[in-house]
Write a protein that binds this ligand. Structure first.
Ligand code: AVJ
Length: 328
């Protein structure tokens, strides 16, 4: 049977919303290189649209990851020590995690899982998914919180257990190299010791495949990115009209130097919000998201800089997974 337990639900406070506004203004009040922080892509509508993206024909990363996990689940499970807690960052609805958990249950007879996600509705759905799709003895904790808060909370609850942090979906790709290294260092610090990291990442590949994946013909990604802008502007008190949204142009750039896909919105008519000191010139564009693509070497370098060392790696031409160990 399964036991499930909800640890915490986050609440928004007035103080938080002030810093939320600041983070948006900082990126939009600049003279050039304007940008919107990536988290504004994931309001309720944005999370729905992202789910839709994962089902698109052109969006290969979702299926590629599933294939890699299915192909190697038993071997991956054999590298996860018996009794350790699998802690998934941004677990979403945990659709993909079940494959891994089933392999662990098959090997060890039981499995402990803790999922962290900022969206409490996803967390509820994750609970249902796991109860339906994992056979055998599974113990589940679910935490609706920011990743780092969630990690600290899980560690506080289980001070002595070995923890394997699982980060799927190539979500690290939204971070620059510096941000990613800092994130992994903080994660190590939150878990402190007896920490493993199982990281899945998309790999750099043919530019046309990348472009198609982020500029799908049904316009779902475009809607996702425009929704992010609408959400961010709404948070600083500007209500976006349907005409505004229609005038914005979605642009994807594949950057081979930085090995990343860049997603922009261009404003042919500009946008001035005087009481917020925002002036987007006509024709100017705003960076909404980067999606970095890796090589086996660049992943290794990034995680080793943060204090992990590589234990084992699985790759195909499309996608990669690696298991890393802390150095304590
Ligand atoms: C969730 C960051 C992995 O970069 O592929 C998909 C987000 N943005 N299409 C990605 C995304 C546009 C996705 N990640």
């Amino acid at each position: 049977g399964s036991e499930t337990e909800k640890v915490k639900t986050t609440e928004t406070s007035a103080g938080e919303s002030e810093s939320v506004k600041q983070s948006i203004l900082m990126g939009l009040q600049r003279e050039s290189n304007k940008e919107v922080p990536v988290r504004f892509l994931y309001d309720d509508r944005g999370s729905e649209l992202y789910e839709e993206i994962t089902k698109l024909e052109e969006y290969y990363p979702f299926q590629a990851e599933e294939d890699l996990l299915s192909e190697h689940a038993d071997e991956i499970a054999s590298h996860i020590p018996q009794g350790s807690i699998l802690v998934e960052l941004g677990c979403g609805t945990a659709r993909k995690t079940a494959r891994l958990l089933n392999a662990i249950v098959a090997r060890h007879g039981r499995c402990r899982f803790a999922g962290i996600d900022i969206s409490s509705s996803f967390v509820d759905e994750a609970r249902c998914n796991l109860m339906l799709s994992v056979q055998g003895h599974l113990r589940v904790d679910l935490v609706a919180a920011d990743n780092m808060e969630g990690l600290r909370e899980i560690r506080a609850k289980y001070p002595d257990d070995s923890i394997c942090v699982v980060w799927l979906g190539s979500s690290v790709s939204n971070y620059s190299e510096e941000e990613a290294v800092k994130f992994f260092q903080q994660a190590l610090d939150a878990v402190k010791t007896r920490c493993r990291l199982f990281l899945c990442t998309d790999l750099w590949k043919n530019e046309e495949i990348l472009r198609a994946a982020y500029h799908d013909k049904h316009g779902v990604t475009e809607a996702f990115i425009k929704n992010g802008m609408r959400n961010a502007l709404g948070k600083i008190g500007y209500l976006v009209s349907a005409d505004d949204e229609k005038s914005w142009i979605y642009e994807v750039e594949v950057n081979p130097q930085l090995k990343q896909v860049e997603m922009y919105l261009r404003f042919p008519e500009g946008l001035t919000i005087s009481d917020r000191q925002i002036n987007i010139r006509s024709g100017e564009r705003v960076l909404m998201e980067i999606s970095r693509k890796f090589t086996p070497k660049s992943i290794r370098h990034m995680t080793e800089t943060a204090g992990f060392h590589l234990l084992s790696a699985w790759h195909n031409r499309t996608y990669g997974a690696q298991l890393l160990l802390d150095e304590f």
